[in-house]
Design a protein around this ligand. Structure first.
Ligand code: CP
Ligand code: NVA
Length: 306
């Protein structure tokens, strides 16, 4: 049966561990300039309805480096924009492509595509989740710490799509996650509830960034206004006052803390220039790991897990 990644819950812990190991192997191969072409003759569609730099280019480069061909599909240029049903689109694309990577607004749109497609569908960000981001981020944490057991992750900022995928990951893999969010911008209750009922992570939500940062091994933040929330920018700047990741917060963390941001960053809002460019920041390695993880994901979904 095909393997989709609409949320991290689609993957077993065993499969996530496989992706970490395979991505690390592929990274080593890349460093040594060894290139196998396991996806030669294969094609993957990248259907995007929101802007992207890292996710789009790393999936495209991943596919090319594996010997296959990526095809960028701008949703506004498809017949979906003229109301062709999602189910018709996905059944047709399944006849042409080997997998579909989708960035869009609605999680339901993504899940409807996955349900009616015969090919694997990969969530490259929706309003609700960003699962592939957290898979590559965890690779960066593994490289820094060796393993995830005992890791204390602090999320500082909006209870958004990236935060939701962190909650899912903590539940599936069983690490300690403390999210500090303003009371007005907490993670979705149903996501926390499922994580606590079905998962095994130690997940806490607080309203004080210092409480989350204290002793943390990872401090993670993201923009205050996500794509689609641009009109709320001004109001959000007020709501998130005091939530900037600055040196004071970093000093509260473990001495070996790494600072992470999925990027793009707004210096002076959710993170200071000093911290983003500082010695504890791993954001550029984090961005690179998207390439290696996306290769592992494409190879596994197209070739192995069928
Ligand atoms: N982190 C991330 O998803 O970046 P892009 O929006 O540039 O793809
Ligand atoms: N939360 C951000 C992540 C960007 C990669 C957004 O959805 O815009």
């Amino acid at each position: 049966m095909k393997q989709d990644i609409t949320t991290l819950w689609d993957l077993s812990e065993e499969r996530i561990q496989y992706l970490f190991a395979r991505a690390l192997e592929l990274k080593k191969q890349h460093r040594e300039n060894r290139r196998d072409l396991p996806l030669a003759g294969r094609s993957v569609g990248l259907m995007f309805d929101k802007p992207s730099t890292r996710t789009r280019v790393s999936f495209e480069a991943a596919m090319i480096q594996l010997g296959g061909v990526p095809m960028f599909i701008s949703v506004k240029d498809t017949q979906i924009a003229r109301n062709e049903p999602v189910e018709d689109t996905s059944r047709v694309l399944s006849r042409y492509l080997d997998a579909l990577v989708v960035r869009t607004f609605s999680q339901k749109f993504m899940e409807d595509l996955a349900a009616s497609a015969d090919i694997p569908v990969i969530n490259a960000l929706t309003d609700l989740y960003h699962p592939c981001q957290i898979l590559s981020d965890l690779l960066t944490v593994l490289e820094a710490r060796g393993d995830l057991s005992g890791a204390r992750i602090a999320w500082i900022g909006d209870g958004n799509n990236v935060a939701h995928s962190w909650i899912n990951a903590a539940a599936i893999l069983g690490f300690n996650l403390t999210l500090a969010c303003p009371a007005t911008h907490m993670p979705e209750g149903f996501i926390l509830e499922k994580a606590r009922q079905e998962g095994r992570g130690d997940i806490r939500v607080v309203n004080d960034p210092a409480e989350a940062a204290e002793g943390a091994h990872v401090i993670y933040t993201d923009v205050w206004a996500s794509m689609g929330q641009e009109s709320e920018q001004h109001q959000r700047e007020k709501a998130f006052a005091g939530f900037t990741v600055d040196q004071r917060l970093v000093d509260l963390a473990s001495p070996d803390v790494i600072v992470m941001h999925c990027l793009p960053a707004h210096r002076g809002e959710e993170i200071t220039h000093e911290v983003l460019e500082g010695e504890r920041s791993v954001v550029w390695d984090q961005a690179e790991n998207k390439l290696h993880m996306h290769k592992a994901i494409l190879e596994a979904l197209v070739l192995t897990w069928r």
